[in-house]
Design a protein. Structure first.
Length: 94
């Protein structure tokens, strides 16, 4: 097998692995046969995937940080007030 064949096989394996790993949007780019177009570097594909991952993480963080806060519960305060009232009642009783 030639070096170009090995490189194509590696590129196909990389694209296939990336497509199965995440919900990656892959857009095929049609290149006319015989055109002087350099082959796509696998590093370019990895950088695109990392950019997509960083964008997804940024959006998730933005959604998390801007969500409405949950109101604080006043149950512990009520329990402490009831306990304090009980202690006062016991102390004041003869």
């Amino acid at each position: 097998m030639t070096a170009a064949g090995d490189e194509r096989a590696r590129n196909r394996a990389l694209v296939s692995a990336l497509a199965h790993r995440d919900d990656v949007l892959l857009l095929p780019v049609l290149v006319p046969a015989g055109a002087d177009v350099p082959p796509v570097n696998p590093l370019t594909m990895l950088l695109l995937v990392l950019l997509r991952q960083a964008t997804a993480e940024r959006d998730a963080y933005r959604d998390w940080i801007t969500q409405d806060p949950t109101p604080p519960s006043d149950d512990p305060l009520r329990a402490q007030a009831a306990e304090a009232a009980s202690n006062l009642a016991r102390r004041d009783s003869p």
